[in-house]
Design a protein around this ligand. Structure first.
Ligand SMILES: [Ca+2]
Length: 388
């Protein structure tokens, strides 16, 4: 799903000033990055697909495009590897087991330390905001009164609620677990958690440009990863998304109310799974709605823009006062066509990097060293069988 992705500091339980200050603290307290390569050099590329570089049209296609997806523009992406599927609970569990890593959502916030960096007289946030926890989806608790005729929530925050105890092992809060979900994508992980895992695995997060190039799977200029068909049957075959009346009723026609095991739906043209739906995926770029406009202003528009990295800081008016807003891509099991259809490969969304959500996960990328030469066609190869 799409908006609103609220941050840990925007639960509506403290003063605006207090929230902004809490945000500052959270930024400074981002967890450190694991340095050991637990995956081992020989196995780093296992489960990855070689995405051969090329030029594509980055940005929205057709009337479903939103402002932040425009204007479309030519981008050149260098060859890289990308995980065939989203990082799973089992994989993230291996990382945690090997390193003892604690995710952002599992950490207490120490007020005594926090207030050292705040102006004198700063108000202490409510205790629940300082406890380990995260945000969970509250759509099932909404009534018709909460939703407009068009199906949109009257109050953004009503979709979400803070839940003490929610973390990657308990994605829906106390009483929930990932038992039997080892092959589901890990969720309730912050940007820093994703980066820490990637570092441990000897990988990195993809750039937004790499992510979109890979998601298109060679279908340049198409609305969806699978082409231009908006039929229910094509959506059902290709993406774990929401069926029914969002956010009140999920008819679960596709069999999955929440996350699905990775690879449950069709792969795209590059052999990548779940590039549409299932969970949003962290990218390394900061988010700005004006990223593409600014990019074109600063470039020679007659040539493809090579390996764009995104702006130097993030901003999204949906998360006022924060410059730590990162790009997430691909949409999730909560996405519905009545909103933004963010399972389109051009769909963009933001999330503050210290925030974890039940529908945000990630997959990792890896550079080629050295980059292969003499291959000019775009496409992909299965790493396992063709590149050693
Ligand atoms: Ca679904």
């Amino acid at each position: 799903m799409h908006k609103p992705l609220i941050s840990k500091s925007r639960i509506g339980v403290a003063s605006a000033a207090g929230l902004a200050l809490l945000m500052m603290f959270l930024v400074f307290e981002l967890p450190g990055q694991a340095s050991s390569n637990g995956a081992g050099v020989r196995s780093v590329k296992a489960g990855m697909v070689l995405i051969k570089g090329g030029v594509f049209t980055m940005g929205g296609v057709g009337p479903r495009s939103r402002g932040d997806e425009l204007p479309p523009h030519k981008v050149e992406v260098k060859s890289f590897y990308l995980d065939r599927h989203e990082v799973t609970n089992e994989e993230f569990g291996l990382f945690v087991e090997a390193t003892g890593y604690k995710t952002t959502a599992e950490k207490f916030i120490d007020w005594e330390s926090m207030k050292q960096s705040l102006p004198q007289g700063a108000r202490k946030p409510p205790e629940e905001m300082l406890q380990p926890g995260s945000i969970v989806f509250a759509g099932g608790k909404l009534s018709d009164d909460s939703v407009t005729e068009g199906g949109k929530c009257k109050t953004r925050g009503e979709w979400w609620q803070w839940s003490a105890g929610a973390d990657w092992r308990h994605p829906g809060g106390h009483g929930t677990s990932i038992k039997g979900r080892g092959d589901h994508p890990v969720v309730q992980v912050s940007f820093a958690d994703a980066v820490a895992y990637a570092n441990w695995a000897g990988k990195r997060l993809p750039t937004e440009a790499e992510w979109e190039y890979a998601a298109r799977g060679g279908a340049d200029g198409k609305v969806y990863c699978w082409g231009d068909s908006a039929s229910d049957s094509d959506k059902l075959a290709n993406a774990n998304i929401w069926q029914g009346r969002f956010p009140l009723q999920n008819t679960v026609v596709d069999g999955f109310k929440e996350t699905a095991p990775v690879g449950s739906f069709k792969a795209n043209g590059y052999g990548l799974y779940d590039m549409a739906g299932n969970v949003w995926e962290w990218c390394q770029d900061f988010y700005r709605s004006s990223t593409y406009l600014e990019r074109l202003r600063q470039s020679d528009s007659s040539k493809p823009i090579v390996s764009p990295k995104g702006p130097a800081s993030g901003y999204d008016r949906r998360h006022p006062g924060q410059n730590n807003v990162r790009v997430v891509r691909g949409g999730s099991y909560l996405c519905h066509e009545s909103y933004c259809e963010s399972y389109r490969p051009s769909g963009r969304m933001s999330c503050p990097e210290d925030t974890s959500m039940p529908h945000i996960g990630f997959r990792c990328a890896l550079d080629l060293e050295p980059e292969p030469t003499g291959e000019k066609d775009s496409g992909s190869k299965e790493e396992d069988s063709q590149v050693k």
